[in-house]
Design a protein around this ligand. Structure first.
Ligand code: GAP
Length: 491
């Protein structure tokens, strides 16, 4: 049995997106109206997979003595976003092509050029750049846009229409969606759709601490929607305008922050591995000191190897006392913690773990997808598509098939389905050859398929077929619940 991946990255993504639509994982938002860029709908299987990912994260985070849950409102007081720095800093430099009106993020436009093109451009700016090697060129090029995008932008062609030097001046574009509260649409009524869930946690720090009587160090976890008016949405669910985050803010005594930062880095990387991601498809990317977000002292991304390259799925940030200090300053309300034992009053440091639920969903989909050569009932070979989800994440856990629709098999199969349904999501399928039914379940990642056959009528045993090995075992039907629960929910 060989695991194959479709030959090119674009083919891979095409196949995945098409499977997602065909089997009900993900649909384009408002598809009948031509769709809306950067927004996606989760279908019957997608919503289950997404819930399972969120549930796995929620349990891992909140089934600890020192982490509390929260579900804060999406709309918050506009001063929150001034304090957080988002009004001032949450911007991307953007340009438009005057010719064809295509819009680009400057950094993506420039970093997307080939090394050859980058070399050529640098040479036109300064001949002395000619002696640099490729690595030096790439490094220099990634810094130049911030220093002087204009001189470079004049020298490059629009990727859409091919015209040279047709870009507008770069201008800052704030990524927060604005709306208004109440009937009057003036500046005093502006509110933002939150671009991250984190701020709801920061402003509730003392509410949660007081209500739960937690002592430092402790954390607050939250899952919820976030919105960013991204200039370019791309790569399916990777960069969207509406998405979900799973964030946890861990409040610690200053001086212990480096140690907790390392602790949470390890915890979070292990979580992805535990749910089936191989270590070689995950890597760390440390933010260079000059490129840290305005609030961060140290930051690492967990990156996953997507078909289009390595991409961030989670950020671990040491946010220092930036957030609580700023909210204290902007709200005029004390945000300090009083340590009963030492009688000290101080502003805690925050270690943040910030995962995208939607982006993780996509990473789990990519990771699960496999094409394998498998034998047919006729003894020939065929390619089967199989989603190798971790059993806990799989949307359907078990499928039940009567071999034929007579001789009392459907009645037994329905009884087994009913018994299992109180414990697990079950799918009943009685149409077509059993081989076809297996393939349909493989394609949506169902870990186990149960077949009721003529032997069942005599000895009440059924076959249980494992999705990954395709091996079948005979099990007494009254042992099914414990057999499946052990395998699906163990560890
Ligand atoms: N509170 C910190 C914060 O929001 P971030 O690195 O901007 O940090 C955290 O975002 C995670 O949210 C990312 O690792 C990614 O998984 C997800 N994310 C961010 N922007 C996204 C977008 N436009 N579409 C989908 N997921 C996104």
């Amino acid at each position: 049995m060989s695991k194959q991946s479709p030959s090119t990255d674009t083919q891979f993504m095409d196949k995945l997106v098409s499977l997602c639509k065909r089997r009900g994982f993900v649909f384009q938002s408002s598809e009948i109206y031509g769709g809306l860029n950067g927004a996606w709908d989760y279908g019957p299987l997608g919503v289950e997979l997404l819930r399972n990912i969120k549930e796995a994260w929620w349990k891992d985070m909140t089934h600890r003595q020192n982490i509390e849950g929260l579900d804060a409102a999406i709309l918050m007081h506009p001063r929150v976003w001034e304090a957080s720095g988002h009004v001032e800093n949450f911007t991307d430099p953007m340009v438009d092509c005057k010719q064809c009106k295509a819009r680009y993020r400057v950094d993506e436009l420039l970093n997307g050029l080939s090394i050859k093109k980058q070399k050529e451009i640098l040479r036109q700016i300064d001949e002395s750049y000619a002696r640099l090697n490729d690595v030096e060129i790439a490094a220099l090029f990634s810094q130049l846009p911030e220093a002087d995008p204009r001189s470079i932008l004049k020298l490059i062609n629009c990727p859409n229409c091919g015209n040279k030097g047709t870009f507008t001046e770069a201008r800052k574009f704030n990524l927060m969606f604005k709306t208004f509260v109440g009937p009057v649409e003036d500046s005093s009524a502006v509110v933002y759709l939150r671009p991250e869930t984190a701020q709801g946690i920061f402003v509730n720090f003392l509410n949660v601490q007081g209500a739960s009587r937690q002592k430092l160090p402790f954390g607050i976890a939250q899952i919820g929607k976030a919105f960013r008016n991204e200039i370019n949405t791309k790569n399916f669910l990777f960069r969207t305008r509406e998405f979900e985050q799973m964030e946890m803010q861990f409040f610690v005594k200053p001086g212990t922050d480096d140690q907790w930062f390392e602790y949470w880095r390890e915890q979070r990387m292990n979580w992805f591995v535990r749910f089936g991601m191989p270590k070689e498809k995950l890597q760390w990317h440390q933010h260079e000191p000059g490129k840290l977000a305005h609030y961060a002292k140290n930051a690492y991304d967990i990156e996953f190897k997507f078909p289009f390259g390595w991409g961030e799925i989670e950020g671990i940030h040491n946010r220092t006392d930036f957030d609580l200090s700023r909210h204290e300053q902007y709200s005029g309300k004390g945000m300090k913690y009083f340590d009963e034992e030492t009688k000290e009053k101080f502003t805690p440091y925050i270690i943040e773990t910030s995962a995208g639920a939607s982006r993780s969903f996509m990473a789990f989909l990519v990771n699960a997808y496999a094409e394998e050569e498998a034998p047919t009932a006729e003894g020939t070979m065929e390619t089967r598509v199989v989603m190798k989800f971790h059993p806990k994440l799989a949307p359907i856990k078990v499928a039940v098939f009567p071999l034929v629709n007579r001789d009392g098999m459907p009645e037994i199969a329905h009884k087994i389905e009913e018994d299992l349904r109180t414990h697990l999501p079950v799918f009943y399928d009685d149409s077509g050859a059993v081989g076809r039914r297996y393939r349909r379940q493989d394609e949506i990642g169902t870990p186990y398929c149960i077949t009721i056959d003529s032997q069942t009528l005599g000895d009440q045993t059924v076959t249980v077929r494992d999705r990954d090995t395709m091996v079948q075992e005979r099990i007494a039907s009254d042992r099914l619940v414990s057999y499946l629960m052990d395998r699906i929910y163990k560890f």
